[in-house]
Design a protein around this ligand. Structure first.
Ligand code: IPD
Ligand code: CA
Ligand code: CA
Length: 257
């Protein structure tokens, strides 16, 4: 099941990734969507290429993509696309960015693919079939306590206006974990939880295309995924907490108001 979807998503992710690799360090234009929220020619060109490959493969499916918005189609199936997750990194030539593609069928996320073209790492998963990095199975870490954990997070684009709550949660994690990183691509952060490179990840105010693919991959690798309050994860909710099952509850308690 989902073989054709995986093959077409793989083709689209690689086509998008080639464009990103070609343009990194070679940008002619960087626009600002907000004070610190960027969009580049690479976001737009990669998005066009990804969408055209998915549409050729699945003309009846709906598409929700960060820069293009929603293409309305009569379909129970929606592709959630972030053509470039980690735009700020990309714009500075910091090599931590990815193409993120997920498929939602009715209410359920069934496929996730996150491709970091710079490191040639392709993370993928389909529902019930485990998670893979370059076709090799991956699992979450076995780290048992927060004190021994390496965590990741990110900060929302309105941080200049609204930093208090976010920084308080960051402080709590920092003083309880072994280390906290802020790598700058939520999709890859989730994949790193899946691969056991991080033990947990939390962030607020992300969009569906930021987390959908990485969430499928993390879940299939054995992560627990909820909101900060402990509700089941949905790409349409405001907060996300993904962690190995040993430390999830310890993190959740620290995220309480
Ligand atoms: C951003 C990245 C970042 C996260 C931001 C996202 P973008 O996506 O995932 O890690 O902290 O909140 O918006 O804008 O680079 O696609
Ligand atoms: Ca993003
Ligand atoms: Ca993006």
């Amino acid at each position: 099941m989902w073989e054709k979807e995986l093959a077409v998503a793989g083709q689209a992710a690689r086509a998008g990734g080639e464009i990103l690799n070609r343009l990194v360090g070679n940008l002619s234009r960087i626009l600002k969507k907000g004070e610190i929220d960027l969009v580049t020619d690479a976001d737009l060109e990669a998005e066009q290429s990804i969408i055209s490959i998915l549409r050729r493969g699945f003309p009846k499916d709906a598409i929700l993509s960060e820069e293009a918005g929603k293409y309305e189609q009569v379909s129970q199936r929606t592709w959630l696309i972030d053509p470039l997750d980690g735009t700020t990194n990309f714009a500075h030539g910091f090599p931590f960015f990815a193409v993120s593609i997920a498929l939602q069928v009715e209410e359920e996320l069934v496929l996730g693919m996150v491709y970091n073209p710079w490191m040639e790492e392709c993370f993928e998963a389909t529902k019930g079939r485990g998670a893979y990095l370059n076709k090799t199975p991956i699992r979450v870490s076995q780290v048992k306590t927060l004190a021994d954990s390496l965590l990741a997070t990110g900060f929302p684009y309105d941080i200049h206006q609204n930093s208090k709550g976010v920084l308080e949660l960051f402080r709590r994690m920092l003083v309880n974990a072994q280390g906290v990183r802020r790598p700058g691509s939520a999709a890859l952060d989730l994949c790193y939880v899946a691969a056991g490179r991080f033990d947990g990840f939390w962030e607020q105010d992300l969009q569906p295309w930021d987390t959908a693919a990485g969430a499928v991959i993390a879940k299939e690798a054995g992560a627990l995924l909820t909101t900060f309050e402990g509700e089941s994860y949905s790409p349409y909710l405001k907060t996300i907490l993904a962690a190995n099952p040993f430390i999830h509850e310890e993190m959740r308690r620290l995220l309480e108001p």
